[in-house]
Design a protein. Structure first.
Length: 576
């Protein structure tokens, strides 16, 4: 007799096989639905932790195809709801959405459809589910299975700005839903305990956990002394080619890519920066504040492009389900290991090689040093600034252990190289930082911050000419940087103690931190790759030292000051 689960998988979804964990989750749901004894019913309470791209959706879509009754799916984000509704409809399922912002007519039509009972899925969010009318209609309609997707939000958001997440278990009890499954890709012990407490208050839930290690993702950390400069640099030679280390000069960053930004404003500004160096490629910014039509147009453009770069906040990133994303870049340190893995997991869902790149600046390093002194440093901070394998502590935080040799991180690749590479573990050790420190060490106590900005950028006033400033060995070493980027570098190195301000506001090197005779290393730091000190012009460059060259891209601080750049960022067009 043919396996009925595999038969549905083949006929409805075109699949020739199921992964063992998929079969286990599906079997538990179907068995719990068919039997009434207490032990079998307990199979229907599950927490499922599977890595991104492991086929979680099939675990509840296949049972929906086999069972009579409605499957209620609770998503945290509107973008996720819209995307999954499209996917379910294209798979032949009947779907109704219940969400905020619906007109009275739309809500009435949705509830009428639910009352008729001829639908497979109701898609909603925790807040909408609190509506008493909706609860009444769902009780009448016989919801057989409730699915909570991205269940880590129960812990991460429930205690802050979305408290209804903490009452989901009580809500589902009122709806009299017999089967409940909570899905997530990332959950450490604390997050897991919070999910149990909030979603399954009446009893224990069965835990099904796959290996959290995404072996096709390589983890890399890039120290930098200017975030805007780092973002521009890593995309300046982007290519759809193979994924290779950023530590080595001349290597390309693979596209499509996502840049995770901390704020909505940063999505626009980083998009402007990347757009200035990726001519002919699509650069898209996205956040929750866009109008519905704008969101849909940008989502469509990103999903259909093979070379797009999406600048988005972490909230939208959770909803990205684009299989061929090759690179994920974080411009800040996420709040938790779960968040970092969730966002990094947007890459490589097609199981091809991908990379996750974390940019860390002096501000992040200064915070790490303070936390370390108070013995409060987090796991992710240790990953960012440590000298051992990046992957192992991430897996340990998820309750797993390495199954052998690391499948990809910059630290392990450095040790395996011949000769071994030594990449910087501190922002003070990057190539650019060495240039700045060497310059200040060569003329200690002679110049203020704004004067060093002119010197390093290769600009000289008539007073500078009188003092012989253009003949300083490092004059123009950072000529392709902006004033704000050089200022950011000087201030960051001062905050970390590599440089020091005297009472007269002049810069000196910190004692023992650096010697004037130390040479700048070309190293393997592609983000801070610099011209040799004293090289005042590139081949064919006949512009004056202080003038910004044609096509020189703006920095984030410059973008804030320039109304024209902000206007350009706000009207970025998707180019085919």
């Amino acid at each position: 007799m043919e396996d009925p689960i595999l038969a549905i998988a083949r006929e409805r979804f075109g699949l020739a096989f199921l992964f063992p964990y998929q079969r286990l989750v599906i079997s538990n749901i179907l068995e719990a639905a068919e039997r009434t004894d207490e032990e079998s019913r307990a199979l229907g309470k599950q927490i499922v932790i599977l890595p991104t791209g492991a086929g979680k959706s099939l675990c509840f879509q296949l049972p929906a195809a086999a069972l009579r009754g409605i499957t209620l799916v609770i998503y945290p984000l509107l973008s996720l709801m819209n995307d999954q509704a499209r996917r379910m409809a294209s798979g032949g399922f009947s779907v109704v959405q219940l969400r905020g912002g619906q007109s009275g007519k739309e809500r009435k039509e949705a509830l009428t459809t639910i009352a008729r009972g001829d639908i497979d899925f109701v898609i909603t969010n925790p807040e909408t589910l609190q509506n008493q009318t909706i609860q009444r209609e769902l009780r009448r309609a016989r919801v057989i299975h409730a699915v909570i997707d991205e269940a880590h939000c129960v812990s991460e958001w429930g205690d802050t700005f979305r408290p209804v997440y903490l009452t989901l278990g009580e809500t589902l009890e009122r709806l009299q839903v017999p089967l409940v499954t909570a899905f997530t890709a990332t959950a450490g012990e604390k997050v897991l305990a919070r999910i149990r407490e909030s979603v399954f208050p009446e009893g224990a839930a069965r835990l099904i956990q796959g290996n959290p290690d995404r072996e096709n993702i390589s983890y890399r950390v890039q120290p930098c002394i200017s975030l805007s400069r780092a973002v521009r640099s890593i995309f300046s030679s982007a290519s759809p080619g193979p994924v290779e280390s950023l530590w080595r000069p001349g290597k390309n960053l693979a596209l499509p890519a996502i840049i995770f930004c901390r704020t909505r404003r940063e999505t626009r500004l980083y998009a402007a920066l990347v757009s200035s160096v990726l001519e002919g490629d699509q650069v898209i910014w996205y956040h929750a504040g866009l109008e519905k039509e704008e969101k849909e147009a940008r989502e469509k453009a990103f999903f259909e492009s093979s070379r797009a770069v999406l600048c988005a906040t972490c909230a939208y990133g959770m909803g990205v389900d684009k299989g061929n994303i090759r690179s994920v870049v974080h411009t800040y340190l996420p709040d938790s290991v779960e968040a970092f893995l969730q966002e990094s997991g947007r890459a490589g869902r097609d199981r091809e090689q991908a990379q996750s790149i974390l940019l860390v600046d002096p501000q992040a390093e200064e915070q790490y040093r303070r936390d370390q002194a108070r013995e409060k440093a987090g796991i992710l901070q240790g990953v960012a600034f440590g000298t051992t394998c990046r992957r192992d502590p991430l897996l340990e935080a998820m309750g797993s252990v390495s199954q052998g040799a690391c499948s990809g991180c910059d630290r392990c690749e450095e040790r395996q190289a011949r000769p071994p590479l030594i990449a910087p573990s501190s922002t003070t050790e990057t190539a650019a930082a060495r240039v700045v420190r060497s310059a200040v060490s060569s003329r200690p106590g002679q110049f203020m911050v704004h004067e060093w900005v002119r010197i390093l950028r290769g600009r000289a006033s008539w007073q500078d000419h009188c003092r012989g400033t253009p003949w300083i060995s490092h004059f123009g070493s950072l000529r392709h940087w902006s004033d704000d980027e050089v200022t950011q570098a000087l201030e960051g190195l001062t905050a970390l103690g590599a440089l020091r301000l005297r009472r007269n506001r002049r810069l000196v090197p910190s004692e023992g931190a650096f010697s004037a005779g130390t040479h700048c290393s070309s190293g393997h730091d592609s983000t801070d790759r610099l011209p040799s000190p004293g090289d005042h012009s590139s081949p064919g460059d006949h512009s004056s030292p202080g003038r910004r060259q044609k096509g020189s891209p703006p920095t984030i601080p410059e973008a804030e000051k320039s109304a024209s750049l902000i206007a350009a960022a706000a009207s970025i067009k998707v180019r085919g």
